[in-house]
Ligand binder design. Structure first.
Ligand SMILES: Nc1ncnc2c1ncn2[C@@H]1O[C@H](COP(=O)(O)OP(=O)(O)OP(=O)(O)O)[C@@H](O)[C@H]1O
Length: 255
């Protein structure tokens, strides 16, 4: 197994206008291995999104280390960090944040085109393959304002995979979708993970978390429990067993 990301004694405090510091992450350590698919769960306010932002270069931890492929990204300047975000990480948020004046395909290739300074055939081919994989190739020239929530989220997933990210971070990617679209998006993540991508996803939904290989539970800013679920198996019995296991742990920590 190859470790991609190593997090050591990560702490995050927020200081609100001179008031007492709020300790949100209280010393979290873990390793993420290549092709892991990790769901992060925990009660509201336990620090899930804060953890995701602080390990993905979107925010600066108060202390501790985030080591990506042997490099401590805390030691990077803003330009170097932006480079890591652009080339090594992919992001999917609850809201897809697409650019309304661009088509589906233009949204997908924008960052890659800026990086390469032109739209070359490699970028074009890559976008086509991703649209094919996510089932939106027929929407390539569509105005993004006319997309359903599930379609828009597929566009944002394609966009996040254009740079072949080492690690994809997703914060409640199904949070604004109905259950059918949510399941389709999660099946897509399973598919992508089975092709070798490494994924960390924050969710409140046990059915969403059930598709991951591991579920990590946060409580009061510490990693309370890591549960290995193993490879995804879509049989009804397996789905129910995974969901029940997750619910049991959640009810234990939500008391
Ligand atoms: N920028 C900030 N300034 C001050 N406090 C913050 C900031 N961001 C988050 N917090 C606080 O940190 C705590 C954890 O927030 P976070 O959003 O990480 O929790 P969460 O587990 O993702 O919650 P939820 O499930 O409700 O989305 C909360 O008490 C929140 O108010």
């Amino acid at each position: 197994m190859t470790t991609i990301l190593s997090v050591k004694n990560l702490k995050k405090d927020f200081n609100d206008s001179g008031q007492k510091a709020v300790n949100v992450l209280n010393g979290i350590s873990f390793d993420v291995e290549e092709a892991d698919f990790i769901a992060i769960m925990g009660p509201s306010g336990s620090g899930k999104s804060t953890l995701l932002y602080n390990i993905s270069g979107m925010d600066q931890p108060s202390s501790g280390e985030v080591v990506l492929e042997g490099q401590n990204i805390g030691g990077l300047n803003q330009v170097e960090l932006a480079d890591v975000r652009l080339h090594k990480f992919g992001y999917v948020f609850q809201q897809p944040h697409l650019i309304p004046s661009l088509t589906v395909k233009e949204n997908i290739i924008l960052a890659a085109s800026i990086r390469n300074k032109k739209v070359d055939s490699v970028i074009d081919e890559k976008a086509k393959n991703l649209m094919e994989l996510t089932g939106i190739n027929e929407l390539a020239d569509r105005d993004t304002m006319s997309l359903s929530g599930g379609q828009a989220q597929r566009v944002s997933i394609c966009r996040s995979f254009m740079n072949d990210p080492k690690l994809v971070f997703a914060d409640e990617p199904t949070g604004s979708l109905n259950s059918k679209s949510s399941e389709a998006i999660m099946n897509l993540f399973v598919d992508i993970n089975q092709k070798g991508s490494t994924i960390m996803i924050v969710t409140h939904d046990p059915l969403v978390a059930a598709k991951a290989n591991q579920v990590w539970f946060l409580l009061d800013g510490v990693l309370y429990q890591k549960e290995r679920l193993g490879p995804w198996d879509k049989s009804q019995a397996s789905v129910m067993a995974r969901k029940n296991k997750i619910n049991d742990i959640m009810s234990e920590i939500e008391v």
